[in-house]
Design a protein around this ligand. Structure first.
Ligand code: F6P
Length: 323
């Protein structure tokens, strides 16, 4: 292992820069040459690389986004696209490649490893959705969840002043991790997540009862699911049952930006080092993660083939507190 590359792919997540920084510092400490591949799989296919030294990674630990930029590239799901990437890896003379990203990134990496005898591939989980099997938390989740809590707190002030019902839609695609944790921390009355059936009649009745016993506001945290904007329809259906003034707020990409929290900086730093050490240990085709506070290694296929489930204890906490 002499020369390695690093890229960020899929949705950016706060803490990715902390991870890049840590990987570069660990690589240099082991006398490895490290290059950054720009714009995820799009840049990989075109061998679009920049050298990385201490200079490039200076003063980036506090920055959201990714200095390497990123992309969602469907070409990786075609054999031609992957062979193009394999040939670029050869041209760049890489012995190892660190891929920071989510499910789609690791799916692509597994297919690439199956198609071509290429560099050793190590994944690092970076996604605000926190939906990757093989790690308790993904880089970016904590920052996004804190952003959602901050939004809930602010909206609570105005909801309370007007005695209103608010629907706050958070990201998370097909997973409810962001909704669950921000819902608990923000004291939400109700939660809608893709993992569970939405029972409109029951939810309406509980909200009605809340106001009847003296509540001055109610917040429903809604996970976006497959189609962002679902809160508008839900609000309309609940409005048909309740005579309450209601509003909808879709947080959207606001949750993806901003300075990473302490947790995301620490997780990014830990996993950046772990990724380089995995390459030095001769590992390939796995994702480094953190399970129970310890660095873990999970085969890349498992990270997207297995479904990460919600923490049942936390689910129960929400239920008890929303009664
Ligand atoms: O996967 C991260 C995520 O922010 C999801 O929560 C969201 O559904 C999606 O990306 C949005 O993707 P894009 O930035 O491509 O619109």
């Amino acid at each position: 292992m002499k020369r390695i590359g690093i890229l960020t792919s899929g949705g950016d997540a706060p803490g990715m820069n902390a991870c890049i920084r840590a990987a570069v510092r660990a690589a240099l400490a082991h006398d490895l040459t490290i290059v950054g591949i720009r714009r995820g799989y799009t840049g990989l296919a075109g061998a679009d690389m920049i050298p990385l030294s201490r200079t490039e990674i200076r003063n980036i630990i506090h920055l959201g986004g990714t200095i390497l930029e990123t992309s969602r590239n469907p070409d990786f799901y075609t054999k031609d696209g992957r062979l193009q990437a394999a040939s670029a890896i050869e041209r760049m003379d890489l012995d190892g490649l660190i891929l920071i990203g989510g499910e789609g990134t690791f799916h692509g990496a597994s297919l690439l490893a199956a198609d071509a005898d290429t560099a050793a591939l190590i994944g690092v989980p970076g996604s605000i959705d926190n939906d990757i099997y093989g790690t308790d938390y993904c880089i970016g989740f904590d920052t996004a969840a804190n952003c959602a809590v901050d939004a809930i707190d602010r909206i609570r002030d105005t909801a309370r002043s007007h005695e209103r019902l608010f629907f706050i839609e958070v990201m998370g695609r097909t997973s409810g991790f962001l909704a669950l944790e921000s819902g608990i921390a923000g004291g939400a009355e109700e939660m809608v997540i893709p993992e569970e059936e939405t029972l409109v009649a029951r939810m309406s009745e509980r909200i009605r009862r809340g106001f009847a016993i003296g509540k001055k506001s109610a917040i429903v945290v809604v996970a976006e699911g497959k189609t962002p904007g679902i809160s508008f329809d839900l609000a309309r259906r609940i409005k048909e049952r309740l005579d309450l003034d209601s509003r909808v707020v879709v947080l959207g990409h606001l949750q993806r930006g901003g300075p990473p929290t302490l947790r995301d900086r620490v997780l990014g730093s830990t996993l950046g080092i772990a990724a380089v050490e995995a390459l030095l240990d001769g590992r390939s085709g796995c994702m480094v993660g953190e399970v129970g506070g310890k660095v873990s290694h999970t085969p890349l296929e498992e990270t997207w083939q297995k479904k990460k489930t919600l923490n049942e204890d936390l689910r129960r906490v929400f239920t008890v507190l929303s009664e």
